[in-house]
Design a protein around this ligand. Structure first.
Ligand code: AMP
Length: 440
């Protein structure tokens, strides 16, 4: 199957070809034709499956045929849980729309609101936003939704995990009743399903991978180690394997800072990224990680959610997450889009229950590796595989496996702006390559 068989117009096909995509991923094969019909869509899709193009391409095609956007109006709204994800989605939208006369902009908190208000004055075809800042802008009359045609909720499960349900409900009340709704979520808990049911109308249901499946391409290892020696063991592992570009997960923000500074102390360039850091610091750390200035990025689950780094080779769980599903999200950061990767977990005796939960969820025992000199004094008990907990039936039909031909060649290397995207983009001429976006 090729992109041209999906009903996309020449301008989008050209932009997609320039991105180096040759074959649509399973989610794209399902979502693009469905969205082009104008129906609501409910999709179970993990990050790394090509979901962003899956909703952006048909959305842009629909907008290209409609009326010009008026002052302060928005024609398509994409809500995302994190600033980083918002910036990345906008970067993608901007690439895909380069040969269309459509504008895009991104708004999120943590940075000045005035440039965003100024940008919105001209109207925006596609606005990517985090919910809180969008509401602030609305309250200041900077954004209006009379022209809104499409709403996308990206990573809906994470938005609910992060407590955005009230903000989302507030936003929904502001939108016209008549609109197309697209909801993407990695997992479908009861709360996500309830939200989906309240938003969508007879949606087309799509799923590209069974819920809670771990990426087949990721090699997973466990090192049993005493809690107090975890950072030292991590340092030893990094040095032993000469790892570059390691994403380390910490359960807490405080822990993330501490780990990063201890790695720095051991001559391993590292930075922490979490919700307490200013947007500037987060963007800077991510850019430094992407362009190889630092080897290790230490992140909390929420901060890591929006990071798109192609072919990330190594993920380390310095703490096991409290929620087993987060383990799947974490290791999904590596081996993305068909690339191979490794996920290592440093597990202390007190984390036995989390380990059991994870192994039950993924239905696999994590292979244990010894790290010489770091054998634990407090032994981590052996585990056995228990029967899977009754899975929540995803109420979506299957469209094939994520490993059966997903995106093969993700964007290589860092983008010129470190993958951060720009805050605002000017309206562009229909043909010819885009001018660089101007942040205002
Ligand atoms: P996403 O799941 O949207 O975060 O996309 C994951 C990565 O796959 C991104 O780096 C995309 O640029 C890339 N990608 C998306 N669609 C394709 C495709 N059809 N072929 C190759 N790479 C793709």
């Amino acid at each position: 199957m090729s992109f041209s068989q999906l009903g996309l117009n020449a301008a989008l096909l050209k932009a997609v070809a320039e991105q180096g995509y040759s074959t649509p991923s399973p989610i794209q094969q399902e979502a693009i034709p469905a969205i082009l019909t104008g129906k609501d869509v409910l999709a179970a899709a993990q990050t790394g499956t090509g979901k962003t193009a899956g909703f952006s391409l048909p959305l842009l095609q629909r907008l290209a045929d409609g009326p010009a956007v008026k002052a302060n109006q928005v024609r398509a709204l994409i809500l995302t849980p994190t600033r980083e994800l918002a910036a990345q989605v906008e970067e993608n939208v901007s690439h895909y729309s380069r040969y269309l006369d459509l504008s895009s902009a991104v708004v999120f908190g943590g940075v000045g609101i005035n440039p965003q208000m100024k940008r919105l004055r001209r109207g925006v075809d596609v606005l990517i936003a985090t919910p809180g800042r969008l509401l602030d802008l609305y309250q200041q009359n900077a954004v209006k939704f009379n022209q809104l045609e499409v709403l996308v909720l990206d990573e809906a499960d994470r938005m609910l995990d992060m407590g955005f349900i009230h903000d989302i409900k507030r936003v929904l009340k502001l939108l016209p009743q008549q609109r197309q709704n697209l909801l993407f979520s990695a997992t479908f808990s009861d709360t996500v399903t309830t939200l989906a049911e309240s938003i969508t109308n007879s949606p087309v249901k799509i799923s590209t991978a069974p819920a809670n499946r771990t990426a087949d391409d990721v090699e997973q290892y466990l090192v049993a180690v005493d809690k107090s020696r975890k950072v030292k063991a991590l340092t030893a592992l990094i040095k032993k394997h000469q790892w570059k570009q390691v994403l380390v997960f910490s359960r807490t923000k405080h822990g993330a800072n501490r780990i990063a500074s201890r790695l720095e102390g051991a001559d391993i360039p590292a930075a922490a990224i979490h919700g307490n850091k200013s947007q500037g610091a987060r963007t800077k750390a991510l850019a430094a990680f992407k362009n190889g200035e630092i080897d290790v990025l230490v992140a909390t689950d929420i901060a890591a959610r929006g990071i798109d780094i192609s072919e990330l080779p190594i993920v380390v769980n310095l703490d096991l997450p409290n929620t087993a599903a987060d383990y799947v999200h974490r290791i999904g950061r590596t081996g993305r889009a068909g690339a191979s990767g490794q996920a290592w977990s440093l597990v202390s005796a007190d984390e036995l229950q989390q380990l059991k939960d994870i192994e039950t969820l993924i239905q696999k025992l994590l292979p244990r590796q010894e790290l010489e000199g770091y054998e634990p004094e407090l032994k981590l008990a052996e585990t056995t595989l228990s029967a899977p907990k009754k899975p929540k039936k995803p109420k979506v039909k299957k469209a094939g496996s994520a490993s059966s031909g997903g995106p093969r060649k993700p964007r290589q290397g860092p983008s010129a702006d470190g993958g951060r995207g720009q805050q605002q983009r000017r309206r562009r001429k229909p043909a010819g390559p885009k001018k660089p976006a101007v942040a205002q």
